[in-house]
Design a protein around this ligand. Structure first.
Ligand SMILES: [Zn+2]
Length: 304
């Protein structure tokens, strides 16, 4: 596990996506708590195991880097147990949260639009991240669907957030506060699948906000708002994306053992079914690419 977080961090960084260490879950007296320790001090961590690790990333997103030596220090020696935060300045990430109706909303999107083959992550919380490269010159804001109240509607529906410039995601092989792992979907792994550009329909829906269909959140995600450690410097308004480009796949990525072959087969057989809010499908590891420990602890076998 320790090595795989480092490898995954390096792989993201070498594609130009800055990374930083994120707090992680700890087991304490039979329950999982955030490593920030707020729970132990009688305080509430509002974003457990998802906010920047202040000791190494004191400025939150602004501490993120693509520098190999720093990343090796962070994830190789100083905090090898940390979760992995990846900035989404060059990405557009559809964040499906089934707890708030994201499954139904995403099913509706699938019926209405073609979803390009791209990287997908099964989050430890039962949701899913779909990653796309942000086209050059396109301005896309972060969206927290829960904060958009009727009659306004989120651009992709209830329960679907957007992570883009000024935001970040927690990436594999991080561990969710539930104790489960963030895993690459087996059929959408970066080693096999190219990061697709955000499709035109998605860009159109996410840039139509000026026509008042919804109220975006500018530059600061709910995660950053709740984070006790993250830099609070806002990024007002919509900022142009940097030169996002189609990623190559010449680097090796960390494979997570309980990778899940989920989406393609489900679409073909139960296209209109409702997603379970928290049950992860049974694990189906990539046997040919797992090491001997992979089945139990998500150790990733690839090397950079
Ligand atoms: Zn915390």
């Amino acid at each position: 596990m320790i090595q795989s977080v480092l490898l995954s961090a390096l792989a993201f960084a070498q594609r130009g996506h800055a990374v930083f260490p994120v707090n992680w879950p700890l087991e304490h007296r039979g329950r999982m708590i955030c490593s920030c320790g707020r729970d132990l001090r009688g305080l509430l961590c509002g974003n457990p195991a998802k906010h920047p690790y202040g000791k190494l990333a004191p400025h939150g997103l602004l501490s993120a880097t693509t520098e190999t030596d720093i990343i090796k220090d962070w994830f190789g020696s100083l905090a090898p147990q940390a979760n992995l935060g990846v900035t989404t300045d060059r990405l557009v990430v559809i964040d499906v949260d089934p707890r708030h109706g994201g499954g139904e909303s995403f099913s509706a999107l699938e019926r209405e639009h073609e979803i390009p083959l791209t990287w997908r992550v099964l989050t430890g919380g039962g949701g899913e991240h779909l990653l796309f490269a942000c086209p050059d010159g396109v301005e896309i804001a972060n969206v927290v669907a829960e904060l958009i109240k009727p009659p306004l509607e989120p651009p992709l529906g209830r329960g679907i957030d957007i992570r883009a410039r000024g935001g970040y995601i927690v990436a594999p092989p991080s561990r969710h506060i539930s104790g489960r792992w963030y895993c690459w979907s087996v059929d959408h792994h970066p080693a096999d699948v190219t990061l697709a550009p955000a499709p035109d329909w998605l860009v159109a829906r996410l840039t139509a906000r000026r026509s008042s269909h919804f109220r975006p959140t500018f530059g600061r995600s709910s995660r950053s708002n709740r984070s006790p450690n993250i830099a609070t410097t806002p990024r007002p308004g919509l900022l142009a994306t940097s030169s996002a480009r189609r990623a190559t796949t010449n680097l090796s990525w960390a494979y997570c053992a309980p990778g899940i072959r989920k989406r393609a087969s489900r679409r073909s057989t139960t296209k209109n079914s409702t997603r379970s809010s928290n049950a992860l499908p049974s694990a189906k590891p990539r046997a040919s690419k797992l090491n001997s420990k992979g089945a139990n602890n998500d150790i990733c076998a690839a090397t950079v």
